[in-house]
Design a protein around this ligand. Structure first.
Ligand code: NAD
Length: 327
């Protein structure tokens, strides 16, 4: 009985290895990780720590060298590693970078059946195009943008918002769990990106609302702590207030207590609000608050705030409405 079970086990493993398909007994283990910047490097290191055989690559040689110095196995060119990979993960700046990488080096070098997971935050149209290019080349594809920032990437506590086929999500789940805490399947291709930009549009608009409330309170002579104590237990409660409070004091861990060192830089918030507006225009959705938040963050970034935490916009709001574009 035991030997019969052992034989069945061995043939299942052999079949999975030969066909290069995951089963309940085998995991997809060989990963090529493209883009080793602020987010990509800690994510790749966490995969490596979890036992995945990771080869990392970045287009900038100094970044690849820094990753090697942190203990990651790296390659000069992604092609060789891809030929031997089960999964290819990209963590790149923008949609154009993902499409260029898919078309250029990645898809031609990968074996059919390789699972492509794009974790970058990109526009929905590019996410859909990336899916189509990958599937046309015989690959499987997911969009899986993240929230949680560099802190979450380092601590492996990211939230993944995933778009694509359910069976591909299940294949990817153990690997995503090695980098994050919550894996949410949002629907078909592109819907992970849709969830990400909708969430960040809420965050951008709610941060501005919280900042305006603190500035109004200051003018009315109401203390920061008093407003916080009321709103945190009332209907004004939200993440921007209770976790990321934009004034120093009430939440000691918020960037306001360290001169707005990010955190989540205003330039990244502006990027996500631009993506939300792009998507809104494409589907004819009128998002007045999202558009206003984008305009305010654009003015703030152009006025020298780009590298500061996005909650630092409270300082610009304190200066007054000159921030609002007149056109
Ligand atoms: P980053 O600029 O630090 O890293 C991106 C890396 O990609 C760079 O090192 C760049 O050299 C590399 N790259 C570009 N094109 C490449 C190519 N063709 N091949 C290989 N490497 C290439 O950016 P980041 O902060 O790590 O962010 C990455 C993505 O994650 C972005 O889409 C961003 O919007 C998103 N994101 C960032 C944060 C954050 O807090 N930093 C949070 C959530 C989501």
């Amino acid at each position: 009985m035991f030997y019969r079970q052992l034989g069945k086990l061995q043939s299942e493993i052999t079949a999975a290895l030969c066909l290069n398909l995951p089963t309940g007994l085998t995991q997809m283990k060989r990963v090529t990780f493209i883009g080793l910047g602020n987010m990509g490097l800690p994510m790749a290191l966490n995969l490596s720590k979890a036992g995945y055989r990771v080869h990392g690559h970045d287009i900038v040689p100094e970044v690849t060298l820094r990753a090697a110095a942190c203990g990651l196995a790296v390659v000069d060119r992604s092609e060789a590693a891809l030929a031997d990979a089960d999964i290819a993960i990209t963590m790149l700046p923008a949609g154009a970078d993902v499409i260029a990488a898919y078309r250029g080096a990645l898809l031609p070098a990968a074996r059919p059946g390789t699972l492509f997971i794009d974790c970058s935050t990109i526009d929905v149209a590019s996410a859909n195009l990336a899916h189509s290019l990958a599937t046309a080349a015989g690959m499987r594809a997911l969009d899986a943008p993240v929230s949680g920032g560099v802190t979450g990437a380092t601590a492996a506590t990211l939230t993944f918002m995933v778009g694509g086929a359910a069976e591909d999500v299940e294949t990817a789940r153990p690997l995503l769990e090695a980098m994050g805490r919550r894996i949410i399947h949002c629907g078909g291709p592109g819907l992970g990106q849709a969830a990400k930009i909708c969430n960040n549009m809420i965050l951008g608009a709610s941060m501005i609302a919280v900042c305006e409330a603190f500035v109004l309170a200051e003018r009315l002579g109401l203390g920061h702590q008093a407003l916080f104590d009321v709103a945190a237990v009332s209907s004004g409660q939200c993440w921007a207030l209770t976790t990321y409070c934009p004034v120093p004091g009430p939440v000691p861990t918020s960037p306001a207590n360290r001169d707005y060192h990010p955190g989540f830089a205003a330039a990244l918030m502006l990027k996500d609000l631009d993506l939300a507006q792009e998507a809104a225009a494409a589907v004819g959705a009128d998002t007045v608050l999202g558009r206003t938040a984008r305009d305010l963050y654009r003015a703030f970034a152009e006025d020298g705030g780009a590298a500061r935490d996005f909650s630092a916009i409270v300082e610009a709001i304190r200066k007054g409405n000159a921030l609002l574009p007149t056109a």
